[in-house]
Write a protein that binds this ligand. Structure first.
Ligand SMILES: NC(=[NH2+])NCCC[C@H]1O[C@@H](n2cnc3c(N)ncnc32)[C@H](O)[C@@H]1O
Length: 418
C-alpha cells in the first residue's frame, strides 16, 4: 500500500537531516549518510527530491529525511510512523475486503487448509489475526470443531464482523475482539495462529510484525503458525509492453520528437516498483529462485529491518532483460504428522491473485543471450521512519560470453526502489 505525500514547492531551499544512510544507484542520485544535512531545492515528486550536499546536487529519497530542527517524536513534523489512521481506516471500508474475498485463489487456499486439517482442529484454540470480515474464522467454525476462535480485527470492520458471525450461526465458537493484536488481551494461549498478512513483495504493510509479536505473546509452545513459512521469489524478465508504454512512447508521439522527456520518464517510471504487474510466463528469462525465506517460528522482528538474498540466474533464451519480477509463496504445514503441506503461490504459473506480481525495471534494457549469467543480491531495507514501507535494492552483474561486443564484460548495476 503506497501513500503519496505531496508537499508544496518552496522557493528557499530547506535544510533536512538524513535519518539513515542512502547509496545512490545512478549518476542522477545523491548518496548520503545518517546525520548529513541536505539542502532541499525542489520537492519534484512525493518520493524523490532535488537536493544538495556539500556542493553536489542530485535526487534523494524523501522518506529518508526529516526537517532539520524537528526532534524525534516532535508530532508536528512526524505523523504516526505506522500511519494507522489511514491504514485501519482503509480496512474499515468494504473495498479492500471485497478485493480480498474476490481473490478465489487466496480465499480457497485458506479454506483448503481448514478442510484438510479439520480433524486435528477439533477442541483447539485458534487466533485469526487481522480477521477482516471473519471469513477464515467462520471457515474454522463451519468446517471443523475448534473449541474457540479469537477473531482479532483492529479496524471498525470488527463490529460488522460480529454481525456476520451471528448471522452465520458461529457465535458459539467465534469471539470477535476489536483492537491491535499486539495490544489486546486474550483470555488464554492459542494452539494455532492463522493470519493472512502478506503484502506486495511479501512484506509491504509489515503486518507481519504484528503476527510475530502475537506469536511471541499468545502462541503456546508447540503451537502452529499458518502460514508456517514464506518465500520471496525473483526472476529476470522481459517487460516489452511496459517499456513501450512508458519509454518508447516518447520517441515519436503524433509525429513529434519527445525524446528529451525520456530521462524524466526513466526517473518517474523506472525508479519505483510497478505493483499489480501481470508477467507472462514467456517473459521469464529463466527459472525463478527464492531469494528470501521466512521461517515463521524463528524469524524475529529485528530480522525484518534488513533482509538480503543472493541470486544466480543463467539466461535460458535470448531476449531483452528489462528488469526483475518478484512475487511470494506461503506454505501451511499440516497439523498431522506427515500430512500434506498446502501452498499459496502468487507467481505467473499459478492462478492469478489480487497481489499479481511486482516489476522492478532496469534503468535501461540489456540484450541477453542463452548462457549469460545474471548474479547479485536483493536487499529489502525497512524504512526507518515509515514503518509500513521498505526500499528494495537490486545489485547485479551480467557476464555475457556469447555477444562478442560484450565478451566477458561484467556490467554491474544497482537500482534502489522506494
Ligand atoms: N494481507 C494483507 N496485507 N491484508 C489483509 C489482512 C488485513 C486485515 O488485518 C487487519 N489488521 C492488520 N494489522 C492488524 C493488527 N496488528 N491487529 C489487528 N488487525 C490487524 C486489517 O485491519 C485488515 O482487516
Amino acid at each position: 500500500m503506497q501513500t503519496e505525500k505531496v508537499e508544496e514547492e518552496d522557493d528557499a531551499p530547506e535544510e533536512y537531516v538524513a535519518l539513515c544512510d542512502f547509496t545512490a544507484s545512478g549518476s542522477e542520485q545523491l548518496s548520503f549518510i545518517t546525520g548529513d544535512k541536505l539542502l532541499v531545492h525542489n520537492k519534484s515528486s512525493a518520493d524523490w527530491w532535488w537536493a544538495e550536499l556539500q556542493g553536489v546536487i542530485g535526487y534523494v529519497p524523501a522518506s529518508y529525511l526529516r526537517l532539520d530542527g524537528a526532534e524525534e517524536g516532535d508530532d508536528a513534523s512526524l505523523e504516526d510512523p505506522w500511519q494507522d489512521d489511514e491504514y485501519f481506516g482503509s480496512y474499515g471500508t468494504l473495498r479492500l475486503h471485497l478485493e480480498m474475498l474476490s481473490d478465489r485463489s487466496r480465499t480457497e487456499t485458506y479454506r483448503q487448509v481448514i478442510v484438510s486439517n479439520s480433524a486435528s482442529l477439533r477442541d483447539k484454540v485458534v487466533m485469526d489475526l487481522g480477521c477482516g470480515t471473519g471469513i477464515i474464522s467462520m471457515f474454522c467454525a463451519q468446517l471443523a470443531k475448534p473449541s474457540m476462535v479469537y477473531a482479532v480485527e483492529a479496524s471498525s470492520m470488527a463490529e460488522h464482523t460480529r454481525q456476520l458471525v451471528k448471522q452465520n450461526g458461529c457465535e458459539e465458537v467465534v469471539t470477535v475482539l476489536q483492537g491491535r493484536a499486539e495490544e489486546l488481551e486474550l483470555p488464554e494461549q492459542v494452539d494455532i495462529l492463522v493470519s493472512e498478512w502478506m503484502g506486495n513483495c511479501l512484506l509491504f504493510e509489515f503486518m507481519v510484525e504484528s503476527v510475530l509479536l502475537a506469536r511471541d505473546r499468545w502462541l503456546r509452545d508447540g503451537g502452529v503458525m499458518w502460514p508456517s513459512s514464506a518465500a520471496l521469489a525473483l526472476v529476470p524478465c522481459q517487460a516489452d509492453s511496459y517499456y513501450t508504454e512508458t519509454m518508447a512512447f516518447w520517441e515519436r508521439p503524433y509525429g513529434l520528437d519527445f525524446t528529451p522527456l525520456q530521462p524524466l520518464a526513466q526517473q518517474e517510471f523506472f525508479t519505483k516498483p510497478k505493483f499489480s504487474h501481470l508477467i507472462d510466463p514467456e517473459d521469464c528469462l529463466c527459472a525463478p529462485c527464492d531469494v528470501i525465506c521466512l521461517n515463521m517460528y524463528t524469524v524475529q522482528v529485528r530480522d525484518l529491518e534488513e533482509m538480503t538474498g543472493e541470486f544466480q540466474f543463467c539466461v535460458e533464451k535470448p531476449g531483452i532483460f528489462h528488469g526483475f519480477t518478484a512475487w511470494f509463496t506461503v506454505q501451511f504445514e499440516s497439523l498431522e504428522m506427515g500430512g500434506a503441506t498446502v501452498e499459496l503461490n502468487t507467481g505467473p504459473n499459478s492462478d492469478p491473485t489480487h497481489w499479481k506480481q511486482t516489476l522492478f525495471m532496469l534503468d535501461r534494457p540489456i540484450q541477453v543471450y542463452a548462457g549469460d549469467s545474471i548474479h547479485g543480491n536483493i536487499v529489502l531495507r525497512r524504512n526507518p521512519v515509515w514503518r509500513r514501507h521498505m526500499t528494495v535494492a537490486l545489485h547485479w552483474t551480467i557476464n555475457s560470453n556469447t555477444d562478442d561486443s560484450q565478451a566477458n564484460i561484467s556490467l554491474h548495476y544497482t537500482s534502489i526502489f522506494i
